[in-house]
Design a protein around this ligand. Structure first.
Ligand SMILES: [Zn+2]
Length: 225
């Protein structure tokens, strides 16, 4: 898989998948319009990202959800209620994800399968949850760089530094971001500028080989995903 990723000429290029969980902005510090501004920025920069869309968010913001797809970004599911899947029965997981399927498809116009991100990453190491997700045609996508953008106490500069350190340490990285925190926009702007200057390629999750897609998350992660 890795070999196929090398560009013509054979020189290895750092590849970065920006993955953005878009969810109901009922979090401390969230600001209206943050996801729209992020889409504006990605569009200006010509960077495509992957958005894991929460069903409840897509129901509330269908026009923004539609933009994600029409502007060429990859779409995955981030469940409907953003519940911890380990707390749900198999039937509960199926009901939640199926409801998300329907509203994400309706809002974005595309099928989010096979990409799924467990809320909080919870269940990503639980065979029962993974089996339930798989039955519905999904595979969980974790991350290997946690931007910690959800932490309202962190500035955009700090978030950008975290991304830079993490993405510099590996040839391919999947970066966890969110659609609502105020620090995310400038952090992503800085990331695109810095790594773009170094010749990195920004990719969507479907452009990565299976071995490049982290199933879990960094061991030290204490993330609000
Ligand atoms: Zn989330």
């Amino acid at each position: 898989m890795g070999a196929a990723a090398l560009p013509a000429g054979g020189l290895a290029t750092r590849r970065i998948a920006l993955t953005i969980d878009v969810e109901h902005p009922d979090r401390p510090g969230s600001r209206p319009g943050a996801t729209e501004r992020l889409l504006d920025l990605l569009g200006r920069a010509g960077v495509r990202a992957t958005f894991f869309v929460q069903g409840r968010w897509a129901e509330a913001f269908p026009a923004t959800a539609r933009r994600i797809a029409t502007e060429g970004h990859a779409v995955g599911s981030h469940s409907f209620y953003h519940a911890r899947l380990t707390l749900l029965s198999d039937e509960g997981v199926a009901a939640d994800i199926s409801r998300a399927d329907a509203v994400i498809r309706e809002a974005t116009g595309v099928d989010p399968r096979p990409w799924f991100r467990c809320p909080f990453g919870d269940g990503s190491d639980d065979p029962r949850v993974l089996e339930a997700i798989g039955q519905l045609g999904y595979v969980h996508v974790g991350w290997d760089v946690d931007s910690d953008d959800w932490d309202a106490g962190r500035t955009a500069t700090q978030v950008a530094a975290t991304i830079r350190a993490g993405a510099s340490a590996r040839p391919t990285s999947v970066v966890l971001l969110h659609g609502w925190p105020p620090a995310t926009l400038r952090a992503v702007e800085s990331t695109i500028r810095v790594f773009g200057r170094e010749g990195a390629t920004f990719v969507t999750i479907d452009e990565l080989g299976a071995s490049e897609r982290p199933a879990g998350m960094p061991a030290e992660a204490v993330s609000l995903a």
